[in-house]
Write a protein that binds this ligand. Sequence first.
Ligand SMILES: NC(=O)C1=CN([C@@H]2O[C@H](COP(=O)(O)OP(=O)(O)OC[C@H]3O[C@@H](n4cnc5c(N)ncnc54)[C@H](OP(=O)(O)O)[C@@H]3O)[C@@H](O)[C@H]2O)C=CC1
Ligand SMILES: CC(=O)N[C@@H](CCC(=O)OP(=O)(O)O)C(=O)O
Length: 342
Amino acid sequence: MLRVGIVGGTGYTGAELLRILVRHPEVSLRAITSRSEAGQRVDDLFPHLRGQVDLCFTEPDTSVLGDCDLVFFATPNGTAMQAVPDLLNLGTRVIDLAADFRLKDPALWERWYGMPHQCPELLAEAVYGLPELNRAAIRDARLIANPGCYPTAVTLGLLPLLAAGVVDPAWVIADAKSGVSGAGRKASTGLLMAEVGESFKAYSVMGHRHSPEITQNLAHFAGVEVNLTFVPHLLPMIRGIEATLYARLTDPGVDLDQLYAERYAHEHFIDLMPGGHPDTRSVRGANHCRIAVARPGAGDVVVVQSVIDNLVKGAAGQAVQNMNLMFGMPESMGLESVALLP
Ligand SMILES: NC(=O)C1=CN([C@@H]2O[C@H](COP(=O)(O)OP(=O)(O)OC[C@H]3O[C@@H](n4cnc5c(N)ncnc54)[C@H](OP(=O)(O)O)[C@@H]3O)[C@@H](O)[C@H]2O)C=CC1
Ligand SMILES: CC(=O)N[C@@H](CCC(=O)OP(=O)(O)O)C(=O)O
């Protein structure tokens, strides 16, 4: 059995990791941390785990975490980078659900995250954990940078077009919408039901920290520098991301459905819906990304719709998919039946 620890077990992504890992046949949970709930039984805070977890929350302590084979960090940006060098030295592998190891350039990290990087020497080694694009490197990794939620939906949606060179990289638009769990569990006035209920708005229009992550992905995995306009929106719902992506065709003869079918032919967690309109409801609790590609009026604009559950394929489910690859287990182990009833 794989000995696993979770740092940040009371947050939304930590709780989602717990929901998935308690059913995983090869995982033994050894430590679940929370500074604010240390000493409290996990199933007192999360009654849906009663009878499945016999642990109390503990303080994040490297000596305990260092006894695990793998530690997930489900913590705010800038937390994991303070503990990762010690854990790697102890032989513990790490999957960070935050952004600490996603951007390869430490100056770009500092610009977007507002703090200097604590271990820039590990940025080259860290492997970007998007299995559909980076499977071979993930298998051998000690340190995984689990992708952001928006970057997962947008990168998977755009990649086939850009890798095939059939759209103009100078004009790409990602119009993305997220449920409020994307902002985490911490109290915030702007996320109160009375503020977000019955309302819908864009935010970070002048620039969001996921833009450099998406353009880094497209440069690395599609080999194209993209001029991207990315605008996130906050939806009055709890889970889910829908990204509507626009690009201009340079090859009008391309068969778009065939292009996507070939690119994702063997991808268990990518479900193509030719002619469809994928909705967030259909991926609720699931590790799937559902995609449809269309060419309205047979014109030169391509519209891609990409949906995920931000807490699952956008965070905890993808992290477990990465864990499975790192430890030589079937990639979908423990992830087959995690979908929630819509
Ligand atoms: N929510 C989402 O949809 C997604 C989130 N992410 C990323 O995943 C990470 C976690 O997100 P989310 O679960 O939403 O966050 P939450 O705010 O819901 O939870 C954060 C967790 O981290 C713990 N924590 C906070 N500060 C520290 C610290 N300094 N040291 C150790 N533990 C700490 C908290 O517990 P306590 O304070 O009690 O220790 C809590 O359990 C973030 O980096 C986020 O950007 C990525 C993709 C999607
Ligand atoms: C709705 C909402 O607020 N979403 C978050 C994205 C969460 C996430 O994945 O961000 P990290 O890159 O920090 O992991 C946001 O826009 O900040």
